[in-house]
Design a protein around this ligand. Structure first.
Ligand code: SAH
Length: 261
């Protein structure tokens, strides 16, 4: 296909994990690549779509366990393209959302390597879908904010809490598990109601998915007791409190957290 000649790079969104949530374009590009650089967030079934003779290179970074720094990843991608490979840089979710895409794009531009982006389903969309809920809500949640609550090791989380504590917004908090306590405390201090609905999901769209409903003041407890090692997303706002059928999975989880009697 003419959109993927040798010596070029595609930054491809792998979606939240379920291979059926890949775009058809992503599936085609992965199948055409001679080398695929991938993250920890990319599910094994997605990697199975690569050609049998393609090289799969893990360049994952999980919080606190960096295996390759960003500069090294940029360099590997550019070198592979300059060597004439068809390079897919596969990233969890959408490459343009908290995905360090800019660094990789700039590295390619600087080296004269053609690079394009194939978007993907971001974790917030997959999380809301798993709950069977809408991220926006007519009249109640008119704004959707994607925010990362990741702080560098040893650094304080600095976010504009006054702006984030908007009762008419839904907050989708990426990389927020470790910061759940600070998120809850700061949003309440900035005026958001303690009983604001919260939804937590870990490994959305994968077979090991876990999901829970809670409220803002109980968020630290919920994050601590309910979540495991997987990537987790926090959704906060009135839209998360709308009526929904309770599945057996939800019922046992909520009982565990003392939310239902
Ligand atoms: N580019 C990605 C986000 C990368 S940041 C996207 O668009 O989704 C990594 C964070 O994304 C994780 O810490 C977690 O907060 C979230 N995340 C990614 N995949 C997830 C999943 N399957 N379930 C829940 N959260 C996920």
């Amino acid at each position: 296909m003419s959109d993927f000649p040798n010596g070029t790079v595609w930054l491809v969104g792998a979606g939240p994990g379920d291979p059926e949530l890949l775009t058809r374009k992503a599936e085609r590009l992965i199948g055409m690549a001679s080398v695929v650089f991938h993250d920890a967030l990319v599910g094994p079934e997605v990697l199975d779509l690569a050609a049998p003779d393609a090289r799969l290179v893990y360049v994952g970074k999980r919080s606190g366990r960096h295996s390759k720094d960003q500069g090294t990843i940029d360099k590997l991608i550019v070198e592979a393209a300059l060597a004439g490979e068809r390079v897919v840089r596969l990233k969890g979710g959408d490459p343009a959302i908290f995905g360090r895409a800019t660094e990789e794009l700039e590295a390619c531009h600087a080296a004269g390597v053609p690079v394009r982006i194939c978007p993907g389903v971001t974790a917030a969309s997959a999380a809301a879908a798993s709950f069977g809920q809408s991220l926006t809500l007519r009249g109640l949640a008119r704004k959707l904010t994607f925010v990362t609550a990741h702080a560098r090791a040893g650094e304080e989380l600095t976010l504009d809490w006054a702006t984030l504590a908007d009762p008419e917004a839904t907050l989708a908090i990426y990389m927020g598990k470790a910061a759940a306590g600070a998120v809850s405390r700061n949003l309440i201090a900035a005026g958001l109601a303690p009983d604001t609905p919260v939804a937590l999901v870990e490994s959305a769209s994968l077979p090991c998915e876990r999901r829970f409903h809670s409220r803002l003041d109980l968020l630290p407890l919920a994050a601590q007791t309910a979540l495991g090692d997987g990537p987790a997303l926090l959704l906060i706002g009135k839209a998360m409190g709308t009526a929904r059928p309770t599945t057996p999975h939800d019922a046992s989880a909520l009982a565990e957290l003392g939310q239902i009697g």
